[in-house]
Design a protein around this ligand. Sequence first.
Ligand code: GUN
Length: 291
Amino acid sequence: MTILDGRKTSNDIKNEIKAEVDRMKANGEKVPHLAAVIVGNDGASLTYVGSKVRACERVGFESTMVRMSNTTSEIELLDKIEELNNDDNIDGFIIQLPLPPQINTRKVLMAVNPDKDVDGFHPMNFGKMALDMSTFIPATPFGILELLDRYGVETDGKHTVIIGRSHIVGRPMSILMGRKGFPGNSTVTLTHSHTKNITQITSQADIVISALGIPQFLKAEMVKDDAVIIDVGITRVPDDSEKGYYITGDVDFENVSKKASFITPVPGGVGPMTIAMLLKNTLLAREQHRK
Ligand code: GUN
């Protein structure tokens, strides 16, 4: 069994990006600049955005964190997006999700200039991805592809079962794994909350990608021997520790890892990859704006 080490792989990618930024600086070029907008005070979202900003510093990018209150109106957020769209200094930006209930998320994501949409959430970029055109691929699916690629995990002709149809992970993953090329060329089954007999489906999978958010959902009885297991779940479970919670994934790691050929841990698997790929998309945005 091989652990797909997202921490190490994301460090490798950050070092590669830093080398490119050092080259840009030596040439007197402008370095990539990422902005992150966060609305409200959700603890997990603040942690994620903080990690994104720190990652920018680590590779030599410029970064701007835009904090807006929990009572921000949709118009106020749309105005901020317009400002970022028109700011030539910003190469790419993200709106951290989820947004408070008074704001229509779809409307907000459609307001982001597709050329700066480093999350790949705009319908234009999502459509390009589905049509095999070059674009920003959402960071979490992109990170999973990169892990599979760097560890040489075979996906060609394999049956990939995805659990969860979210717009951020499950749905794009189902498109990417079925695309021509590597990693891809998989036969994909997309399962979700209305799927019947899920064990019957997961137990036929060569590759299981779980993006559900239910702790310990995937048990050893649900997977076949030598399956590849990708755990996208990050759930905070309250406990008596100093932090007040611990982090766990969708997979019963202790038992499933005994059957798996490759498996991602939580934490330290898919999570760190997401940040590395956001940086990669921001570098791509800078390169495209230079043209
Ligand atoms: N919330 C959970 N995952 C993500 C992500 O990848 N990007 C943004 N903007 N918000 C998220």
